[in-house]
Design a protein around this ligand. Sequence first.
Ligand SMILES: [Zn+2]
Ligand SMILES: [Zn+2]
Length: 175
Amino acid sequence: MERLKGQGTTSIQELADHLGVSVMTVHRDLNRLAGTGHIHKRHGSVALASESAEVVKNPCAMCGKSVIGQKAFIVHLANGEQRNACCAHCGLMLYTQTKDAWQAMTTDFLHNHMISANQAIYLIECDLNVCCVPSVLSFGSKLEAEKFQTGFGGKLATMEKAIQYLLGKQHGQKY
Ligand SMILES: [Zn+2]
Ligand SMILES: [Zn+2]
């Protein structure tokens, strides 16, 4: 857990080397941690799950799911009101549909704090589906996003590219 807290993600092989135990032992212990919701485990990779998962009051303005702190995307309007989305997927769609959007904030998936949606790096369609499909995770650090991509796949995109991608998907399904 300490290692994950320092790095955000790691691989099972790396943990086995570091701890001087077999890969099977690491697998077994990680399964236990994954069962308690502390980590995400996928193929050979491990990522830290966020500890605090506070529920924001208003449900997602796009799909109605409850909004959990770890994944929340918030669009601030020019008049001071705000709209919440359950994840970056719904958040980016919400942002494009909100005419008087003033600022958008998304949650850094690894560190669980709000970052500017404009400056975030988005990982689209990785192997980890945390909320809406296609899954979109946001990261404050490009380096961490790339590390995460190494373990969980997917495509990295800027906000603009991520929106284009999601809009393209919608049209693809329609026609
Ligand atoms: Zn939603
Ligand atoms: Zn969602």
